[in-house]
Design a protein around this ligand. Structure first.
Ligand SMILES: Cc1ncc(C[n+]2csc(CCOP(=O)(O)OP(=O)(O)O)c2C)c(N)n1
Ligand code: SF4
Ligand SMILES: [Mg+2]
Length: 318
């Protein structure tokens, strides 16, 4: 498959409402999809790669939420983690490096009946795709974005990524990285994401809980999911794995997730940091504001077909 593989659109645009419509569950008489029915190619990741767990949990989520093939859209950029859509038997796109979010935004805005899930790596999200991350967050496009963060470029075989720690030795930093890593949680909050969470592939129930909560959220949901690259950064997250002597500390129950500053501060907790929902707020989505423009125009153009409304607008621009 080339870098741009286009999904398969089938139905028309949606419903008039102030909040974004959530992907509806289908008829009760359709059985939930099994893992077998939703898996495609055998994953080509290295044995032991953290990404396997995230994929398995996505299958579980699809089954649990009774999503059917035509309602699931899985989008990714380029990287080991971004191979994700290949392995899901449903609609999706393996798009250009760093550009998964603008593509997914188009899907979300034009098809409010779909559950749009974007997966990718730390390089894809925060290096080449850094600007798209910021703008999709501030626009509050309704979709779930799971960044499988291994703190390295895996696919291209070991370069420093924006989340690699200082001192990390790679092909691009043979003496050890000197650059301060970004903090994805702080970045997401300050950009305007309305749901911000952190989890780790070694805690499956926690990943599942975060993904479920993100899908219930009406807006841009961001999840940083630590996912070890056993090939180029083994042991990167041992400090967060209790069976390896680490600690898995959840966000204190009394934390007010609507308090932006408290969430931001919490995200500064010393490595390996905290896990759970840092921030969650309700703000008008891009989907809802676009829909109100459409409704307005349709109201002024009663009796016209959509193509006639478009033509009228193009004519006005001449
Ligand atoms: C425009 C462009 N620049 C560079 C590349 C090469 N490239 C492919 S994937 C990648 C980095 C992937 O790292 P990450 O997103 O962390 O994913 P991982 O492989 O670690 O899961 C790079 C630099 C590319 N495909 N396209
Ligand atoms: S190189 Fe790393 S990230 Fe890529 S499949 Fe192998 S273990 Fe996973
Ligand atoms: Mg990576």
């Amino acid at each position: 498959m080339s870098e741009v593989a286009i999904l398969n659109p089938t139905t028309s645009r949606g419903v008039n409402t102030n909040t974004t419509p959530v992907a509806p569950l289908l008829d009760a008489d359709r059985k939930p999809l099994t893992k077998k029915e939703v898996s495609a190619d055998h994953p080509t990741w290295c044995p032991g790669c953290g990404d396997f767990a995230v994929l398995a949990l996505y299958f579980k989520l699809i089954e649990r939420r009774k999503l059917q093939h035509e309602k699931i859209t899985t989008v990714a950029g380029i990287g080991c983690s971004s191979r994700f859509p290949y392995f899901v038997q449903a609609h999706g796109a393996h798009y250009i490096h760093g550009r998964a979010l603008p593509f997914a935004s188009g899907v979300s805005l034009s098809r409010p009946d779909l559950q749009v899930c974007v997966f990718g790596g730390d390089g894809d999200a925060f290096s080449i795709g850094g600007n798209h991350f910021t703008h999709t967050a501030r626009k509050n496009v309704r979709l779930t974005y799971v960044v499988m963060d291994n703190s390295v470029y895996g696919l291209t075989k070991n370069q420093t990524s924006p989340t690699s720690p200082i001192g990390f030795k790679s092909k691009t930093d043979i003496w050890g990285s000197k650059d301060r890593p970004i903090n994805p949680i702080k970045q997401a909050i300050s950009a305007g994401a309305t749901f911000v969470a952190r989890t780790t592939a070694t805690s499956p129930n926690h990943v599942l809980a975060m993904m479920e909560a993100s899908m219930d959220h009406d807006g841009f949901s961001f999840i940083q999911c630590l996912s070890e690259c056993v090939e180029f950064y083994p042991g990167a997250f041992d400090a967060a794995i209790p069976r390896k002597g680490g600690v898995f500390n959840e966000i204190p129950k009394e934390h007010d997730v609507t308090d932006e500053y408290a969430s931001y501060k919490l995200a500064d907790t010393e490595w390996p940091g905290l896990f759970g929902v840092f921030y969650k707020t309700q703000r008008a989505t891009k989907n809802a504001s676009e829909q109100s423009i459409i409704d307005d125009l349709q109201g002024k153009s009663a009796g016209l077909e959509p193509w006639q409304i478009l033509k009228k607008n193009f004519d006005r621009m001449k």
